[in-house]
Design a protein around this ligand. Structure first.
Ligand code: VGL
Ligand code: ZN
Length: 194
């Protein structure tokens, strides 16, 4: 599969935050493995002058997704905490557009589009094609990709730059199958034509 970074393309990096990396509060197994490939994608998008977005889970301390408030997760990615910071090895350019999500204490929001300006900003820039990677395959990556498809973006899933939580064995594989079935195009770094 050969794919171009067109002049209507953007890179969307989902939730590469300390809490989702081993050592954090809600570690994704092998979550750190997405960092090197994402840095390579960042490099390619910078070379082509294309915009880079980074979403972040940005919860208030009483968020509904936390066990204590009825959810299924340990507290994680609390606004302004170390765990909510982007991982220090991720080389985000200074002009990265940061999208904060799941900030409403009473609403779970796994998708980077839900309750954010992401779609508006992309549209204002004339973006039609999204390259999406990050964490976690079976939650925020999946929901962001499915929303992108529904919103009509050509949606490219970066298979070598995603890792899942797998609360149930096989969740990530199922999530990938669903994203592809619904129209996402799965690629790896080698597929990008420079
Ligand atoms: C996520 C679980 C809870 C994610 C966020 O970024 O995939 N997963 N909150
Ligand atoms: Zn969360």
């Amino acid at each position: 599969m050969k794919i171009y970074i067109t002049n209507k393309s953007a890179l969307v990096i989902v939730d590469v935050q300390n809490d989702f990396i081993p050592g954090g509060a809600l570690p994704v197994p092998d979550g750190d493995k997405v960092i090197d490939p994402l840095n390579q994608y960042i490099q390619l998008f910078r070379q082509q002058g294309r915009p880079i977005f980074a979403t972040r889970d940005w919860h208030p301390p009483n968020h509904i997704s936390f066990k204590e408030y009825g959810g299924i997760w340990p507290p994680h990615c609390i606004q302004n905490s170390w765990g909510a910071e982007f991982h220090p090895n991720l080389k985000l350019p200074k002009d990265t557009i940061i999208i904060s999500k799941a900030t409403d204490p009473n609403k779970e929001a796994y998708s980077g589009f839900q309750g954010t300006e992401l779609d508006d900003i992309l549209k204002s820039k004339g973006i039609k094609r999204l390259f999406i990677g990050g964490l976690a395959t079976d939650y925020c990556v999946k929901n962001t990709v499915l929303d992108a498809l529904e919103l009509g973006y050509e949606t490219i899933l970066l298979l070598d730059a995603i890792k899942g939580v797998d609360v149930n064995k096989g969740d990530s594989e199922k999530a990938i199958d669903e994203m592809i079935k619904k129209g996402a195009i799965g690629i790896k770094l080698d597929d990008i034509v420079e």
